[in-house]
Write a protein that binds this ligand. Structure first.
Ligand SMILES: CC(C)(COP(=O)(O)OP(=O)(O)OC[C@H]1O[C@@H](n2cnc3c(N)ncnc32)[C@H](O)[C@@H]1OP(=O)(O)O)[C@@H](O)C(=O)NCCC(=O)NCCS
Length: 142
């Protein structure tokens, strides 16, 4: 199993976007839109952080409203490898790495009908900070 994490200043020097994309492409069309609500596509833009468990799962952190101390989470697990605790594994590593990177808060947004996403966030210590008509916003303080 290939597993790595790094600062994405190096995004153009490696193929990790392609590894994340490979996992993203295992999702159904509906799930792609849940993960990337604006386009349904995982764009190759600089992130604060990326961690891929090759072929199985990935997490990306994007600066929230341009603030590099707040990481906005994009996360997906290949359907073949769900309910095995991979999300917990990714988040535990991410929380640890965030201390080193100076990221102080993680934000997670999920659609209200995305039960798996909401349960995963709550079971990993995130607290609901806002509830819209069709979504929840959650936060975790590092
Ligand atoms: C949400 C997602 C990342 C969860 O991944 P996972 O690795 O299967 O989750 P875990 O195995 O770590 O389980 C986390 C918790 O959520 C619960 N859960 C997972 N899938 C569930 C489902 N379909 N329905 C209800 N609860 C679910 C688990 O029981 C577990 O709860 P526990 O900690 O109380 O036991 C995965 O379902 C996924 O990739 N979904 C599509 C993409 C997406 O919605 N991403 C999040 C939005 S950014």
């Amino acid at each position: 199993m290939k597993c790595y994490s790094f600062l994405l200043e190096s995004i153009h020097k490696d193929n990790s976007y392609n590894d994340a994309l490979k996992v993203f492409n295992t999702l159904s069309d509906k799930e792609k839109w849940l993960v990337c609500p604006k386009s349904g596509k995982l764009k190759n833009v600089p992130t604060l952080y990326r961690h891929v468990i090759k072929d199985k799962a990935f997490i990306d952190l994007y600066p929230y409203n341009g603030n590099k101390e707040i990481g906005f989470i994009i996360l997906a697990v290949n359907p073949k490898y769900r309910n095995q605790g991979l999300t917990k594994q990714l988040l535990n590593q991410t929380k640890e790495d965030c201390k080193r990177l100076g990221v102080r808060k993680l934000r997670w947004r999920c659609e209200s009908d995305n039960e798996a996403s909401l349960k995963s966030a709550l079971s990993n210590g995130f607290k609901i900070t806002a509830k819209g008509k069709s979504y929840y916003s959650l936060e975790f303080k590092i």
